[in-house]
Design a protein around this ligand. Sequence first.
Ligand SMILES: Nc1ncnc2c1ncn2[C@@H]1O[C@H](COP(=O)(O)OP(=O)(O)OP(=O)(O)O)[C@@H](O)[C@H]1O
Ligand SMILES: [Mg+2]
Length: 476
Amino acid sequence: MSVPLPPLLFVDDEKNARRVFESMMATVCPEFDIRTVDSAEEALKLITAEEFFMVISDARLGGMSGYELLKQIRGRWPQLPVLIMTAYATPRLAVEAIQSGAIDYLGKPFEPEQLRHAIARCANDYRKSQEIAALRARVGEAIRLDQIIGDSPSMQALRRLIETVAPTNATVLILGESGTGKELVAGAIHALSQRRDQNYIRINCAAIPDTLLESELFGHEKGAFTGAMRQKAGRVEEADGGTIFLDEIGDMSRPLQAKLLRFLEDGSFTRVGGNQELRVNVRLIAATNRDIVQAIRQNSFREDLFHRLNVVQFRPAPLRERGDDILQLAEHFLRHFSLAMGKNITAISPAAQDKLCRHHWPGNVRELRNVIERAVILESTPNIQAQNLPDFAVENRLRHLVPEKPLADASLEEHLAAYERDLILSYLEQNNYHLTRTAHQLHISAQTLRYKMQNLSLDTSQLTDTEELTPAEQER
Ligand SMILES: Nc1ncnc2c1ncn2[C@@H]1O[C@H](COP(=O)(O)OP(=O)(O)OP(=O)(O)O)[C@@H](O)[C@H]1O
Ligand SMILES: [Mg+2]
């Protein structure tokens, strides 16, 4: 597999030095593309917009120095190698440059062979890392169905649906709250599809600024916008033959949604600034944790795109609706983290199990995973104890006080009941289901609260009312 090599970036504020470098490169290693700039500031701008396989910079520059440039590159692009050159070489400076992360340090004048050697090494490393990344995209993170933990009926159905749909070319839409495993489902679909040996490209639409997302997806032609110095292929081209996973699709802008819709019709697209129509064969999986129906109503998401994506819909259930899966997942994460941290914690105490089952899990499986990781760190006995779990008070406050799903065709009374139910639930959870304390906070009697709970079908068997209110609480 041959990986195309991006150019090398040369930074020197002296015009003459740039010319000498260019002509030396043309004789010693003509196979490398080079770009030259006259300041570190320009270099940073360019590196932000384009890919380079290495940077060679003079130590002394007009504005920001070569050392400062080196520092910035180390912080923002840790993989990009930097070579520093200087006419004022001293062993101390060389050591300093290498310690701050330069791959090499050349004192002027240097032998062309020295330069060639350093550049060839970087080019080689670049190619290797690209090949490894491509390989990883193909096979590295293949997800098996048995890695999707949980035997609740909804999870069993989810696994069956994955098995049925994966081998087809159907477009898939995955909806669900944050942390419910949407990414896991997408990965499993690709891994079980006939495209599994081809690329699996993931793009998080919310993480890329809107202006860049289009060119990331569909590529751009040279000069398409400021900073587009060369042509760049889109990720859809990289995904040709394989699968593309568009995460957080609910955050995509409407104009780009229109372009995506066209792409979904027949796989054709044009690069930004281009007019040639290109075509690829890509399977699309999209996911969002937004309320897509609401987004369509608010006109921020195109209804036609929704229907085009919604060929097969997956909806991993919120964790709180998965019953015993909570404990099964907790034990799975316990085994994982205790092995990874070399600890010998084998079980979860009954009190801790109880606490886990009572929590509402607004962050779903991701939250549970973090909770268990933390507990394994803190635990000093062979069992996870309840006190090493968070008290969940902050998390509970994060819960929405308005119904999560808009109630279709509900009357005002039904809306109010749903609101009242959520509100009471949230107070109950903050008070660990203590009836009297919760009632006191809501300025109603315990009797009224119990009556309301029954009316709103809230489970009264969870109430923990054994203690009396403290005098201080009665004061409040
Ligand atoms: N059923 C499951 N079995 C094992 N691990 C799971 C399961 N569901 C989710 N996880 C793990 O929980 C974490 C969160 O899952 P994932 O990233 O797939 O969620 P998501 O739905 O994409 O969330 P978001 O909407 O926030 O992006 C990951 O570490 C994932 O591996
Ligand atoms: Mg996700």
